[in-house]
Design a protein around this ligand. Sequence first.
Ligand SMILES: [Zn+2]
Length: 289
Amino acid sequence: MPAGSHRFEVGTIGCTVLSDGYASYPTSWFFPDADPEQLSRALESRRAPQETVLCPYTCLLVETGRHVMLVDTGLGEASRTSGAIVARLEMAGIRPKDVDTVLLTHAHPDHIGGAVDMRRPKVPRPMFPNARYVIAELEWEFWMGAHADLGGLRLPAEFQFGMESTARRSLTALRHQLEMVECETEVVPGVRAIPAPGHTPGHLALLLESQGHQLLNVGDAAVHPLHLEHPDWENGFDQSGGRAVATRRALLERAAAKNMYVMGFHFPFPSVGRVAARAEGGWEWKPGC
Ligand SMILES: [Zn+2]
């Protein structure tokens, strides 16, 4: 397989993680309320830089035999270090018109930006012309209402403005192909969307299940392995930090109890592994599959 992709199986379901690219963010955006000394030590022990976090964007291609599904679409071409998703799909043998289902865990730019073809900015079109785009109804209502209240974020104002404008522009372009879900829903056979609120009001996780094997894609319920070890550390990108922490704990307990594969969109590539409960609390990230 080409660099930037990795294929594995969950029972009979083919899964391929595909890198759209990456970005670099100030560490304080990821861990706004972490104890500074504890955070510094944790980063040092991982040999990670102190000031910035390298943040991969990893989408998931799901092939069930009957369906070709893409989970999240990356940032699009808004940055020179992202926008690789269509090329990665084509290297995996999938053309945009082959994708019949796109699941958007939420409408932040790094997840929805690649869903829309912006080559002609005045007439944005869905990038995947034959796909139904599945998103939570709450997510649509949040971004498309008169004014999305982004007061819960701990990010600079100009960054928040970009999030809102991208979500509105993208959802508007996708509106004729959107399918909105209100509760836990089987999106294609073997794949369920699960409400996972907090990061955004309509944030979805995804559970794949086949022949007793499971993969839980937590989306942005945790954006760094340190959020597993320290599940109470909030994320500045969370709309509601408290709710996001409760959702994160519930998802990780579920994954650990059944030894599921876990995928996190922003985890170090290939962004898949398992989690194990730690004696001192939280969960350990065990990368690989
Ligand atoms: Zn994200």
